[in-house]
Write a protein that binds this ligand. Sequence first.
Ligand code: OOB
Length: 524
Amino acid sequence: MLSGCTPWPDETAGRYRRLGYWSGEVLGDLTRDVARLDGERIAVVDGAGRHTYADVDRRADRLAAGLHGLGLRPGDRAVVQLPNQVEFVTTCLALFRLGVIPVLALPAHRGREIGYLCRHTGAALYITRERYQGFDHRELARQVADEVAHVLVAGDPGPFRSLAGVDADPLPLDRPASSEVAFFLLSGGTSGVPKLIPRTHDDYACQLRRTAEAVGFGPGDVYLAALPAAHNAALGCPGVLGTLRAGGTVVMAGTPAPDEVFALIARERATLTTVMPPIVGLWLDLAGPLGADLSRMTLQVGGARLSPDTARRVRGELGSPLTHWFGMAEGPLFHTRLDDPDEVAATTQGWPLHPDDEVRVVDVDGRDVARGDEGELLVRGPCTIRGYYRGSGDSFTPDGFLRTGDLVRLTAEDRLVVTGRRTEVVNRGGEKVPAGELEDQLLGHPDVREAAVAALPDPVLGEKTCAFVVAGGPVSPEALIGYLRGCGLAEFKLPDRVVFRPVLPRTPIGKIDKRALVASLGAD
Ligand code: OOB
């Protein structure tokens, strides 16, 4: 396994293989069979058109050969920042085939995150697109150009190399081992800078297979990618990669904005999509007025707390089947079944995805709590990683359980109910803002003496971000936001509110008392 990553113990890996959970499949092969047997079938629909399995598969082979010609070799890393377009798929497939490991950045990431990812992974390559949602990504490319050997740009490359121009006759390439790292996802649940999550071919193929089974997804199905494909929820639950594995069609939406997606759902007859809770609320409000019929599309909802009331409205008002998911990029997945009673989907996150997932709920001392009591969720299983890339801190127990940082309880039927969080992350409707990362950035401002970031309740997003600041000079909220933007922080990490305080309250052991800070807002 790639150095810096933690393999599963031999005995466990052997068992997962013997039981067929890990079947030796590699992700570069996802499109092979359909491309050969039914090549004219549509694999991907995006703003540029309809792309067949044969086209996608051929382009991936040619890109892999072109990258090989640039000197890329198995085990190299490539930071990939592509929005929902066919190049996301062909690039990932090409890298998988070559054994080069994509590091999947979100389109919203900016210089700070991209620079960190390039440095931390020692990436040889940065792949992006010319501009997206008004932002010129070649600007980012300029900032990281010294860190990587090559920059490839989809669209007008400016001073860089064009992604489309990397093209060569296919080469015979060694198939990577299925136990090897296929790609890196970014953590959403941990505090501090995003941790890198090495997902192997074995564990991810297992996830793709089981998630497709869970939602009854097959070759006749059409998946609408409304969230960024680089996020685990849209990538592989079954998402974009699981759809290709099943022989279905992926429809790439640029954004989950109702006017764009409602038209796509109707035109392409989408049968499944994944969204985060605020989008469900938006769609509920606008489907009627915009005359959209979503009743033939299953809604897979997860990423943040889904209010029971919103969940109850889905079947009644949209007529769509609803499945409620708890997921993490690290691998743990729980979900409600499509034949569960509506109330189960409204009030729980269901059962673990895999029959061999081991689930514990523990107190602060790591002891199992009584069923029904709240504690931290620990998970171990065939789709859950055993360590982060280059440093796991105390995120895993000595016997390999991931400490999720989420507070949960189990119902009498062993279904999961998420009740809160132990780690300091603000969950803005599914977009995760690590409090520590934002605090560190704020403290970099010369006029900020102390900073504490906390979540405030929000009717739309569930939570929003509030920065409490002790100023050491004349500084305004607008100036601080401008400063943070200048640091190259992704837009979704900028605080929704900045509040100045003369001092920050402390707990008896001297930690900043964020609960008291949030409570104090009511008194303003
Ligand atoms: C998904 O993955 P991440 O890695 O962006 O975020 C994981 C965190 C969890 O630790 C938890 O705090 C929160 O997101 N979360 C939920 C939730 N689902 C995730 N909190 C409350 N209720 C839920 N249903 O967010 C993700 C990955 C795959 C599928 C779905 C979501």
